[in-house]
Design a protein around this ligand. Sequence first.
Ligand code: NAD
Length: 272
Amino acid sequence: MKETPSTLAVLGAGGRMGQAVLDEGEREQHVLSMLAVFSPETQASQEGLRWSKARVAKDAATALSEVVSCGGAAIDFTTPEAAAHHALLAAKAGCPFVCGTTGLAEREMLSLRDASADCAVVYAANFSLGVATLAALVERAASLLSGDEFDAEIFEMHHRYKKDAPSGTALRLGEAVARGRGTRGGERRGERGGMREHGEVGYGVLRGGGIVGEHRVMFAGRDERITLGHESFSRALFATGAVKAALWACGQPPGFYSVADMLKISSSKELG
Ligand code: NAD
């Protein structure tokens, strides 16, 4: 993958992921400088920044046009509402836009899709290479187990602050199951009485402490069970993937891309 030295705008610089992206940009030699974009409600000062490559941007629109003039890209880890707004600003500026924010409603995802007509948009609910690989394996397993014998259930655990549930990654893994089975697939979120419906994918969610992220996909047959899983130890992992995606996006024409496109994992096109 060719990486050209670039300037990055980090949208959501005050958040857990924003800070991890700034840490990663500081380490990554292909990142020349960074513009830290904080929430409009935050009073951020240059003195408060611990990264030598970063400086505080006035606002998102200014940061995006500055980044475009240097041939750079923007990375967004904010909220669904802010991410949709930032996608529109990126389209207006023609700025490659990498978005890792999860929990987007359909209309917010549509803003990203619309933006991709004017700039490269890389969207991923999970920027880990391991999860991209897991989704490819899940799709393959689901295609091999596509008869009536095996039920697919997905389980995920995250830290106490996570807002959306099930996680975006769990939903993408569910889509990988459906692709493998060649169905659209029903889904069951949370518990309800009565028997499991045939062909549905169930989602189980647990929240607590500092768990960075754990996903398991279980194919349960009558007498045996296959479990595929992934565990994240640090959110630096997602930041590394997002910065790589941003450097990659700088060379891409307008379009909507996934981590799979970046990694050229062709069997799981929609994986994020
Ligand atoms: P967080 O709450 O710690 O950070 C979000 C930050 O965005 C906050 O500092 C908030 O002030 C800021 N923000 C809100 N509106 C803004 C605006 N208009 N402009 C600039 N900043 C704004 O959350 P987090 O743990 O950093 O996660 C952020 C998102 O990333 C969540 O949706 C989470 O699920 C997702 N996430 C994705 C991945 C991945 O690999 N794709 C990995 C981890 C987390």
